[in-house]
Design a protein around this ligand. Sequence first.
Ligand code: NAP
Length: 341
Amino acid sequence: MGGNKERARERREQRLQEISLLRTIPYSDHQRWWSKETIAVVTGSNRGIGFEIARQLAAHGLTVVLTSRDECVGQEATRVLREGGLDVAFHQLDVLDPSSIQLFVDWIRQTYEGIHVLVNNAGVNFNVGSDNSVESAHMVVATNYYGTKNMIKAMIPLMRPSAAGARIVNVSSRLGKLGGRRNRIEDLNLRRKLGDLDTLTEELIDRTVATFLQQVDDGTWTSGGWPQTFTDYSVSKLAVNAYTRLMAKILSDRPEGEKIYVNCYCPGWVKTAMTGWAGNISVEDGADTGVWLALLPDQAVTGKFFAERREICLAVRRDDRALASIILWWAHEKLGISVKG
Ligand code: NAP
């Protein structure tokens, strides 16, 4: 067991070294689909991973809109980046406040007419170490899932048509992996429905998080078969991952030249306020895959989950699907119960 952990640590460190090297390789002219006129919005970018994503995108030559729910803190963060010679504008944005979102939308329309990149980074988690309190579950689900959804819905009409396609990157977490071996929803049928694009709907995702929150309110969540670690946070990110796949499917109907690609990624365990600076990854490395996804040269990557610049399978594993089919068949044949798949 210890040996496995050690090998996993070595593999991660080696990959991070590779990524640090990859980051030093400049994009060639034919890869650079963006310019100073390319507008990128990053939510919750006054600090942590969001601030670093804003910094790296601006360093690549995009115009970045740094946003923060606290006006003063956001202005200060913007000043720091501007003093470094970067093109960074600021606007207040609270992803949970409809009037703040509306003011932001109006300002973007007037100032830039639209945007090319949206990074949904704003997020909260109130547990550290082995804590697993659900005291703030409503806030966690609201910010991480509904905040992301609010911004996607508000910004899609503002996403500018381009040959390279507009991009949405959702900062998520491996803790929200549907098909993870550990820390997953126990209900195989629900997992299967959430993992299958034919059965995945916005209503199903909303209903799943609402069921969890209802169980939090009535004190039954511990026996509800929810992920065991950072339960509220894991449920919220599971919803983000599912919504990413759903939106990718919905947006795939758009004609060439008006494409919007939407992906999500896990930054790893990063040294930020969220982890009490206890992570094992720097913000530079934590921001890397988000920036890489936002800038992917002209290729249609959408509805995927990444970590360390590699795709990780989000959906239910094949063995889960096979097992689900066997259980449904058995229930039907032996018990005469017909379960709708
Ligand atoms: P952080 O330092 O705590 O930053 C979170 C940011 O989100 C802050 O700017 C915060 O603003 C903002 N925010 C929270 N609620 C908001 C709201 N309602 N409207 C707008 N902004 C809001 O955390 P971080 O580690 O950089 O996390 C960034 C993202 O990475 C999150 O989505 C997180 O879930 C994800 N992530 C982090 C880790 C990790 O190890 N750190 C791992 C996996 C995923 P204030 O400053 O006003 O609070």
